[in-house]
Design a binder for this molecule. Structure first.
Ligand SMILES: [Fe+2]
Length: 413
């Protein structure tokens, strides 16, 4: 019983901070939001987005109509790519300065929202640049108001105080977390996600699953994060196959978006550990690698590492998807294999060796975990001791699929 592992005498912070307009058609709320900005004295905004989805989803039509109606001027930065860099942030900030922006509207998945959050900090702290921010050379306490219009169902960035940006010359992908970058308002409209390609549909959902798992098993876990994690995995298990079968299934998109939002709140409360700390070097080295796919590649070996320490929580939160486990340490290998098979059923069946990583990369990747600002702190939140050898072992174990029981029997003959 996982509830037995909760220390009722340990006081944990439970964070619930911003307002998310959630549901099909929520994009229409942008009119109210822009009016609210206007009432706060905002005249000029910086809009941050990727290259195309802000238009193809229809979000842009709503945003421009609302800005025109309420007399808001804007500069548009529409060059954010997946795994965005510090240069994207600095370019966006330069445009924001150009029109004296006093609010930021981010439209897209985690990448544009995180660049928008970073720009909102730097526009309020103009003597610093993105590298200063992500090398922790200052601690921001203020940012411009942020509006997040979410176009995917993975990062949860619309519901929390985190942002991630890559410093390309160092192959560092640090994460920041500051109270000043909770969005003022966010929009989660499932209707804006129906054009997500199938691979992205899968990988962003697996990102949400990892947020949930890591939050529920971190040293900073609170009881709320476990509740959120259980619901997240249940929803993804039910609705991801439906969205993969019919990308325009709005009910499936609704509940996947809800799962991602819950998971975003889960890690806002209880943070992250191994899977994210080890994935960031992967997509810093290979920016073309989807964050969610990198997480999926690592998760089974992470489970193998942590199940002996928190099997009761893992068995509980995965019960809707992988029933029949009690959390006993003896189940470790079988549970890790079951998670790998579940990921494959969901559509994420690749391993590091399939995407150009080799055993010879393990030390370089492990070095990055310990050298990248913020990542070793995440490792310190894991429920087991994350020393160099154990991190390297997780990478090694993630190169190839784990053999299943039948293969084990075959190979022992
Ligand atoms: Fe993530």
């Amino acid at each position: 019983m996982w509830k037995n592992s909760i220390d009722i005498n340990t006081v944990r912070e439970i964070r619930l901070r911003n307002t998310v307009f959630f549901g099909v058609g929520a994009i229409a709320k942008i009119d109210f939001i822009i009016e609210e900005l206007k009432n706060r004295g905002v005249e000029n905004v910086l809009v941050v987005c990727g290259k195309g989805s802000y238009k193809s989803t229809g979000a842009w039509d709503h945003v421009t109509a609302a800005m025109a109606k309420h007399g808001i001027n804007y500069e548009l930065y529409n060059k954010v790519t997946p795994n965005p860099t510090a240069d994207h942030v600095d370019e966006a900030v330069a445009l924001g300065h150009k029109n004296c922006a006093t609010a930021v509207i981010a439209i897209g998945g985690g990448s544009p929202i995180d660049v928008g959050k970073s720009a909102a900090i730097l526009l309020k702290n103009p003597n610093n640049n993105a590298r200063d921010l992500y090398n922790f050379k200052f601690t921001p306490t203020e940012a411009l108001p942020i509006i997040a219009i979410n176009l995917t169902h993975g990062t949860g960035s619309e519901a929390n105080r985190f942002a991630v940006v890559t410093i390309p010359e160092k192959k560092h992908k640090p994460a920041i977390a500051y109270d000043c970058i909770y969005p003022l308002y966010s929009i989660d409209d499932p209707g804006l996600t129906i054009g997500l390609p199938l691979e992205q549909t899968c990988y962003v959902s697996i990102d949400a699953v990892n947020h949930a798992i890591e939050a529920a098993t971190s040293k900073a876990v609170n009881v709320y994060a476990i509740t959120l994690a259980t619901q997240t995995i249940d929803l993804v298990d039910t609705y991801l196959p439906l969205a993969m079968d019919d990308p325009e299934d709005l009910t499936a998109r609704y509940f996947l978006m809800y799962a991602a939002m819950l998971a975003g709140v889960a890690f806002d409360n209880s943070l992250l550990h191994y899977t994210h700390a080890l994935e960031h070097p992967l997509s810093a080295v290979k920016p073309e690698l989807s964050h969610g796919l990198g997480l999926a590649m690592l998760l089974p070996a992470v489970i193998e590492n942590i199940y002996p320490s928190c099997g009761n929580v893992l068995a509980h939160i995965f019960a809707p998807a992988i029933p029949g486990f009690t959390g006993d340490e003896k189940e470790t290998t079988k549970f890790a294999r079951s998670v790998e098979k579940w990921l494959a059923r969901m559509g994420a069946d690749r391993k590091l060796g399939d995407d150009g990583f080799y055993e010879t990369d393990v030390n370089m990747l492990t070095d990055l975990v310990f050298n990248t600002p913020s990542l070793s702190s995440l490792v310190g939140l894991a429920p087991t001791i994350g020393d160099y050898a154990s991190i390297a072992n997780i990478y090694s174990r993630s190169m190839n699929r784990m053999p299943d029981d039948d293969e084990d029997k075959e190979s022992s003959k």
